[in-house]
Design a protein around this ligand. Structure first.
Ligand code: NDP
Length: 392
């Protein structure tokens, strides 16, 4: 009997709940838990079969332990916020339950994206005989699997990777973020960083950009950023010489962001307001649209993929692997926009592979450490079909 506990009832949590509910042969019982119970209930009534709902503050390990002891899941799918990663991993350790997430831990008071805190759990997870799967969304997640698939089937050695994330959708709001506003803005306002010839190279935020002609979308300006999958792929792709991450932004989005930064609304340190400490970015999150509310009017497509160069049998080779997703089609299927969808579906696939024993291990892993074939096969079946273009 497989029982899965989903923590987080936002845009991504809703998609994971929908997709797990539609696969009763693997996910026999489901509990959706979050800080606001009402949000779990709202998702639960849309599902094709009954699930349990619960309120939990996942910043508090004892509360998560109590919930795990009462529901007795085999696996916790954590799709709340990165701040809760370690508290939930501690609860999994205390109860001997497997763990999966889609974003690496960030300390709330410093926007810092590193796997070191979670990789430090490897020994403890191994000794407890449980598995932790990190970064199993789209990027990180499917993009790491694309690299592993390319290495397995098309290359003897991969030399360069460019991960390119394009959202060409229109949601009708002057400014909104496609996943949690606080996490999203912390990420985008960081200095850029890529890895080349064995060292990290830093750039000013969003200062390096170029145009790329995205299939099914057309030319879009994309900006070099740091993204967490670079850290694990540098370790797991032998022979790698350079890896970069790019994301597209519209001029409208960048102008809003610049103004918000200039007036101090993206600060993450508390400011005294009428005698009370207020974190400007948290207040901004409270007035921006919730990612889960963007779906109904979203039009257009996303294209996320990896442009990979290397050698096969002594010859240079270039391959582009990508997925295109349509916002309106996602909404028709699971009442979510494509960013929540492209994150939630890979999380469900990773959970399926863990529960069916196709991906197993003791310790803490990144997705590219496992056989990419069953994951790629499931992407085609579960709503994220991919394309491989051989360019050289
Ligand atoms: P949302 O803001 O829509 O949802 C977050 C949910 O987590 C909310 O329901 C929120 O509850 C809940 N939550 C927050 N804090 C706690 C807590 N202490 N205890 C319990 N529940 C809590 O965000 P998204 O769904 O868009 O994103 C979810 C995650 O997915 C994020 O970590 C994000 O970084 C990650 N992500 C990963 C991607 C990838 O490709 N790898 C891409 C996009 C997102 P409440 O409503 O009460 O605040």
């Amino acid at each position: 009997m497989n029982r899965v506990l989903i923590i987080g009832a936002g845009g991504v949590g809703g998609v994971v709940a929908h997709k797990c509910a539609r696969a009763p042969e693997v996910f026999h019982e489901i509990c959706l838990a979050s800080r606001t119970l009402e949000k779990c209930r709202r998702i639960a009534v849309e599902l094709p079969r009954p699930i349990r709902v619960a309120r939990v503050d996942a910043d508090r390990t004892p509360d998560v332990v109590r919930l795990i002891r009462s529901f007795r899941p085999n696996l916790v799918i954590h799709v709340a916020l990165p701040y809760q990663d370690l508290a939930i991993m501690d609860a999994c350790l205390a109860t001997g339950v497997d763990y999966l997430d889609t974003a690496n831990y960030e300390p709330p008071d410093k926007a810092k994206f590193e796997y070191k805190w979670q990789w430090a759990y490897r020994g403890r997870f191994r000794r407890k005989g449980i598995m932790g799967l990190l970064g199993c969304g789209f990027d990180p997640g499917a993009t790491n699997v694309f690299c592993a698939y390319a290495l397995k089937h098309f290359f003897d050695e991969i030399h360069t990777v460019d991960i390119m994330d394009c959202n060409a959708g229109q949601h009708g709001h002057p400014f909104a973020t496609n996943f949690n506003p606080e996490i999203n803005i912390r990420e985008i306002t960081q200095r850029g960083r890529y890895w080349e010839k064995g060292r990290w190279v830093e750039t000013e935020p969003l200062s390096v950009h170029r145009s790329f002609d995205f299939p099914e979308i057309g030319p879009r300006e994309m900006y070099l950023m740091y993204h967490e999958e670079l850290e694990s792929l540098v370790r797991h792709l032998p022979g790698l010489r350079r890896i970069r991450f790019w994301m597209t932004f519209s001029q409208e989005y960048l102008t809003h962001l610049r103004v918000l930064q200039n007036v101090g609304m993206t600060r993450i340190d508390p400011v005294l307001y009428e005698g009370r400490p207020v974190v400007p970015l948290k207040f901004l999150k409270a007035v921006l649209p919730e990612p889960s509310s963007l779906g109904p009017n979203y039009r257009g497509k996303t294209n996320i993929g990896c442009l990979i160069e290397g050698v096969r049998k002594g010859r240079r080779k270039k391959v582009y692997i990508y997925n295109v997703c349509d916002h309106a089609a996602c909404y028709r299927e699971v009442k979510a926009q494509a960013i929540s969808y492209t994150t939630g579906v890979p999380a469900m696939i990773g959970a399926r592979l863990m529960l069916t024993g196709q991906w197993r291990g003791r310790g803490v892993f990144n997705v590219e450490e496992f056989d990419p074939d069953p994951f790629m096969e499931r992407m085609n079946l579960d709503g994220l079909p991919w394309v491989v273009k051989t360019l050289r």
